[in-house]
Design a protein around this ligand. Structure first.
Ligand code: FAD
Ligand code: SIN
Length: 527
């Protein structure tokens, strides 16, 4: 029997790709015990799609391009907005229970920088959970998919000059999975920053696996910081709960320490200004020692508490009652605009390797993603990848023999302390506002992290910790390097030492990892 397609990751992109690959045999690998994981189940606002009367894929395209601050690829984005509406209608037709109005039409919400109400959602702000569980149930029921949970993909395996498998570690120990094609759908890397909305598994493993295999990366300097995470850190470095932008879309207002609304003075769209503008306005006040609060009451009055069950839950868990008082917020690392460079079919620069979802860099987000465009991107490009693979693999292929005895990778043990210190440095110096001195200090901090040999009898948990630490540190180096090289301020990348947009830099920067796998040894190979 020929090798399967191996899909890495079980968020919206991986689950959708695995389903759309039918009837090709698929092995779906995910490192978590639960099938639905990554950012997807945490998504709150919903999915942006041109479904409403008075909306169109062209209007959605225009809003996406405007948010992207000059770096959005309009051709690929046009594919996103056209195929996005088709993909979401398809989910509706297949029974995904989106929220509807009294006439049965989908309820559409508003988020920042969208010119119309365009965000379809499910169970109010539980959209991600509903979508992830629905897709996971379909995957469990699908005959063509074999699921491997609790299994960590560690490195890609090459044969005959192409990617032909994946080295994984799981309950059965080390294994090489031979693959006719590998699809990376391993999500983002919010965990590289101390303050993040992302779950613990978002350590950018797929990005590093692709980088170590020589794939081209782009736009890593552009990390989106969400303006309104709930400011309730316990100091452990765990994710901060999100307060969805849909709250501001429904009337919630940001307040300064004196209780005054401040966003109207910052941008004509006030609280619904693009996400980078709002995040910097909030971050500036916090850096000056002011607390910033979000008054949820107008939104809760307009939509009812039933519109925001997850928000009500996280506030209650923190001992806060948003019906009586505004709640404290802080910006937090949220979404990676950059990633592994892909073409519209999801092909990477390495033969045998496809990518979709947050790990991929299709060019649709430019320097600043438009809210709720990423679940959409996962859905659309998972289908693009699957269509390409179904067409490609139906043609006779030479069989690539994979060495199933590939030696286990040499891993290092990294103490938690230095990793947490790098994450803190990333939040402080490679966050909303950057400069050369701060970026260089973090680069030096990354290079100085002590590495010790990992014992041969390391447990599954220790191996996962070592691989994730390797990946976090590699990405911290890649992002810092990209941020140093972009000497201008654009979208989510803001340099206090280069505070203007430089029109000559209105182009994407690509990177490859140095030969020695060190984050310091990077080259900008094309612009
Ligand atoms: P993920 O959903 O992150 O899934 C990645 C998968 O890869 C996981 O299953 C993980 O276990 C697996 N994985 C990772 N590494 C490995 C490895 N080494 N081996 C095996 N498996 C691995 N976007 C919107 O469009 N609308 C929203 O309302 C919205 N709200 C958000 C709210 C929050 C709190 C967050 C954090 C993000 C939100 N986003 C939203 C962004 C969006 O959720 C993500 O961009 C999207 O879900 C990414 O999907 P994905 O499938 O690419 O990756
Ligand atoms: C949110 O609900 O505010 C998050 C939406 C997104 O990240 O797209």
């Amino acid at each position: 029997m020929s090798a399967p397609v191996v899909v890495i990751g079980s968020g919206v992109a991986g689950l959708s790709a695995a389903l759309a690959l039918a009837p090709l045999p698929v092995v779906l690998v995910t490192k978590t015990g639960a099938l639905a994981s990554g950012s997807t189940p945490w998504a709150q606002g919903g999915i942006a799609a041109a479904l409403g009367a008075g909306d169109s894929p062209e209007m959605h395209l225009a809003d996406t391009v405007a948010a992207g601050a000059g770096l959005t690829d309009p051709v690929v984005t046009s594919l996103l907005t056209r195929q996005g509406a088709v993909a979401v209608r398809d989910l509706i037709d297949r029974g995904l229970p989106f929220d509807r109005d009294g006439t049965g039409a989908p309820l559409l919400g508003r988020e920042a920088a969208h010119s119309v109400d365009r965000i379809i959602h499910a169970q109010g702000d539980r959209t991600g959970r509903v979508v992830a569980d629905w897709l996971a149930a379909a995957v469990q029921a699908a005959d063509h998919i074999t699921v491997m949970t609790d299994t960590l993909a560690v490195d890609l395996v090459e044969a005959d000059g192409r990617i032909a498998g994946v080295q994984v570690h799981g309950p059965a120990g080390w294994q090489v999975l031979a693959a006719r094609a590998v699809v990376l759908a391993s999500g983002g890397w919010g965990m590289v920053w101390r303050d993040t909305t992302n779950p613990a598994e978002n350590t950018g493993d797929g990005l590093v696996m692709a980088a170590r295999a020589g794939a081209m990366l782009a736009d890593l300097e552009f990390m989106q910081f969400h303006p309104t995470a709930l400011a309730v850190s316990d100091g452990s470095g765990a994710r901060l709960p999100l307060l969805t932008e849909a709250l501001r879309g429904a009337g919630a207002v940001l307040l300064d320490a004196a209780g005054g609304a401040f966003m109207a003075a910052e941008h004509p769209l006030a609280d619904l200004a693009p996400r980078d503008v709002v995040a910097r306005a909030v971050g500036q006040r916090i850096a000056a020692g002011e607390a910033v609060r979000l008054d949820l009451r107008p939104a809760l009055k307009a939509k009812g508490v039933s519109g925001f069950p997850q928000v009500m839950e996280v506030c209650a868990a923190a001992g806060l009652d948003p019906l009586t008082d505004p709640v404290p917020v802080t910006p937090a690392a949220h979404y990676a605009m950059g990633g592994v460079v892909t073409d519209p079919r999801g092909r990477t620069s390495r033969s045998g390797l496809w990518a979709c979802g947050e790990v991929a860099c299709t060019g649709v987000h430019g320097a600043n993603r438009l809210a709720s465009n990423s679940l959409l991107e996962g859905l659309v490009f998972a289908r693009q990848v699957a269509a390409d693979l179904r067409a490609t693999l139906s043609r006779p292929q030479a069989v690539t023999a994979v060495d199933l005895s590939t030696p286990v990778p040499v891993l290092s043990r990294v103490d938690a302390g230095p990793v947490q210190a790098v994450r803190a440095g990333m939040s402080q110096q490679v966050g909303l506002v950057r400069d050369a001195a701060g970026l260089s200090a973090v680069a030096a901090q990354i290079a100085a992290v002590p590495l010790q040999p990992l014992p041969m009898d390391a447990s599954q948990a220790e191996i996962r910790q070592a691989v994730e630490a390797r990946n976090l540190l590699t990405i911290a180096g890649l992002v810092t390097d990209a941020a140093l090289r972009r000497r201008e301020s654009r979208g989510a990348h803001w340099r206090r030492d280069y505070p203007e947009v430089n029109p000559a830099l209105a182009r994407r920067m690509t990177q490859r990892l140095g030969e020695d796998g060190q984050s310091a040894a990077l080259a900008v190979v094309a612009t």
